[in-house]
Write a protein that binds this ligand. Structure first.
Ligand code: PLP
Length: 623
């Protein structure tokens, strides 16, 4: 509720809360706080001038690199602070974002770090092998069959530093068999431990006793016996856990680290001399909130790294074992900020309440005339009083209509004038919002129709209620006054981000017939792209990578246009030639189409088939 009283646009949209210093508001636009500081508006305009309408997914590889470097530098800082002798290494879990536009630049930019990839399936393992710089870590989690384990052996033969994490005893048995069949090098072996600490957060099914993954204490002992028996104890190099994504509290992680640290010490005492690393999985949270007091996490990266290093130091000391290499698999934290979704607003649905639609008569009923006078003379001083008068008059006028004393035109004028007065009053009273204004804001929301699909681009909003920071790309020197609900263009009623008075979104009153208005959705780089679904056959938005050179100049690269309609249908295994043939036949046979029109209609349909399915037409003339 604060935000309507605020005038600083960076505060209204909470950039200080979620922005991680990646963006800045200047000259009324959101700029990228890097290099020559281009605005998102300017980049969007350039893309549109090149014919890419519809929604855009803009990638900023420098932001993914920045997150990785933050992770490393904070662990290095904490190690120094606590005098910790173990190393720090990390991998990016591919399931968070497998797209080439993300993965390839990430691996290129981090070659100087002990940074590699984590794979959870055969496809991801092949990607990890292709793109992890040789010698940098690869970890393999998730359920594995013999074939996946063989691929792991091949990767080790190719020179990769690969660790196969065992999720169950049967996987260890498969490794033992493959070692007998394929000989050395045997990949390193990790053991996923089943914590008694439960997972947390809306994604948490990864930790705890009922977790899908990991070895119980008895199974750990059994695994040690098997390794010893087959002379593979020296391959055991890591223990691993993952307590769930987007940890909003740090305490479960601390408990998990205590548990894991003690298991590490016990296994080393049992002769696991090459056991050097504790892999604490992912879960490092991203701030998605744009409102004060609604934070997504109760810790900072400083606190996170300090806690991990301090606890492991303490346990190692008390147990008299060497300090382990700390290994993380943070995905969301690395990927989220790198992508921004830009979506054009197509229409505002209460635009009908504008001055130009008034149908005032020569002689209006006195109360309507009075409404008009209130509207034209309202000021900051009298706004509250006039607002009350207007609401009273509306009640009376609606009663007069029900009794047959005024006509439909009078009623229409009443509605319009009252809305106009409310709009003006909201602007004037913004400095001291009251409970009453709050209720009115809730009542007079504006619906913004936005050219994108929530199911395709923000699936976690649909599936989990995860919100993402959103703000307009320009006009930020003006205060937004409209309480906004966002509608996507799917025909599904779930395709809506409703106005919520506790986490309000205010947008500008724009006339989209005359001017463009774009919304940016931030922190959409983790999970959303791969989880996105083609509900209503909307495909991924057109994407582009924004790269900065040494001089800080930027280029727009790797433009990948949204799939056209025929390609989407082809992906669903439709025979697209059959579709074209059927359409052609129907046009040829149709009795309502004249002969000289057939070719033109066919041409027009073919054109639509070769375009993507997002909406292109905006009301104003774009030529
Ligand atoms: C999903 C997953 C991760 C990544 O979690 P984030 O919350 O994205 O950091 C890491 N490790 C494992 C085993 C996972 O399943």
């Amino acid at each position: 509720m604060e935000s309507i009283g605020l005038s600083d646009p960076a505060k209204i949209y909470g950039i200080d809360i979620w922005g991680e210093n990646n963006f800045i508001v200047e000259d009324g636009v959101v700029k990228i706080k890097h290099g020559c500081r281009p605005s998102l508006f300017e980049i969007t305009k350039k893309m549109r001038e090149n014919g890419f309408k519809g929604p855009l997914l803009l990638r900023f590889p420098h932001l993914a690199e920045k997150s990785v470097r933050r992770l490393f530098s904070h662990f290095e800082r904490a190690k120094k602070e606590f005098g910790y002798s173990g190393k720090f290494k990390a991998v990016f879990p591919l399931k968070v974002n497998q797209l080439p536009g993300f993965v390839i630049p990430l691996m290129e930019a981090t070659q100087d770090l002990d940074y590699g990839l984590e794979a959870g399936s055969k496809g991801e393992l092949i990607l990890a092998m292709a793109y992890t710089n040789i010698g940098k870590p690869i970890t393999v989690n998730g359920f594995k069959d013999r074939e996946m384990i063989s691929i792991g052996f091949l990767a080790a033969k190719m020179g990769h530093n690969i660790t196969l994490t065992i999720e169950g005893i049967n996987e260890l048995e498969l490794i033992i068999k493959e070692a007998a069949r394929l000989g050395t090098p045997v990949p390193k072996i990790g053991l996923r431990i089943r914590l008694h600490t439960g997972g947390i957060g809306i994604w948490a099914k990864s930790g705890g006793y009922s977790s899908k993954f990991g070895l119980t204490s008895t199974e750990l002992l059994e695994a040690m016996d098997l390794l010893k028996k087959h002379g593979l104890t020296d391959r055991l190099s890591m223990i691993h856990f993952h307590i769930g994504s987007q940890m909003n509290h740090i305490s479960p992680l601390k408990k998990a680290i205590r548990e894991a640290g003690n298991i590490y010490a016990e296994l080393r005492k049992m002769g696991a001399d090459n056991l050097r690393a504790i892999n604490i999985g992912g879960g490092l949270a991203v701030e998605y909130s744009q409102h004060e007091g609604r934070s997504s996490r109760n810790y900072t990266i400083e606190e996170f790294t300090n806690d991990v290093v301090f606890l492991l130091k303490e346990i190692s000391e008390s147990k008299g074992v060497r300090e382990p290499t700390i290994f993380t698999e943070s995905g969301r934290f690395v990927a989220a900020a790198h992508a921004v979704l830009v979506a054009p607003v197509l229409e505002l649905f209460s635009q009908e309440y504008s001055e130009k639609i008034l149908r005032l008569k020569e002689q209006n009923p006195p109360l309507v005339q009075e409404l008009y006078d209130l509207y034209t003379t309202i000021t900051a001083k009298n706004a509250r009083e006039y607002l009350h008068d207007a609401l009273d008059h509306m009640e009376s006028l609606l009663t007069l209509f029900d009794l047959g004393y005024i006509d439909l035109t009078d009623r229409a004028n009443t509605e319009t004038l009252v809305h106009l007065i409310i709009k003006k009053a909201l602007v004037l009273l913004r400095e001291k919002p009251s409970k009453e204004i709050r209720d009115i804001l809730d009542r007079v929301q504006e619906h913004y129709l936005v050219n994108f699909s929530i199911f395709q681009s923000l699936p976690d909003y649909w599936g989990l209620g995860q919100t993402f920071p959103v703000m307009p790309l320009d006009r930020l020197q003006k205060r937004p006054t409209r309480s906004a609900s966002l509608w996507d263009i799917t025909c599904d009623s779930d395709g809506e981000i409703a106005f919520d008075i506790d986490t309000p979104l205010y947008l500008h009153d724009v006339d989209v017939e005359r001017e463009e208005y774009f919304l940016g959705f931030f922190n959409v780089g983790a999970y959303q792209e791969v989880l996105g679904m083609r509900h209503n056959l909307f495909t991924h938005p057109t994407e582009a990578t924004i790269r900065f050179d040494e001089n800080g100049e930027y280029t727009i690269e790797n433009i990948l246009e949204a799939q056209n309609i025929l390609d989407v249908l082809d992906d669903f295994d439709y025979d697209t030639r059959e579709i074209e043939r059927r359409i052609r036949e129907q046009i040829e046979k149709s009795a309502t189409i004249k002969d000289d029109e057939r070719k033109e209609i066919l041409g027009e349909l073919y054109l639509y088939l070769s375009e993507n399915g997002y909406l292109r037409t905006i009301n104003f003339d774009e030529s």
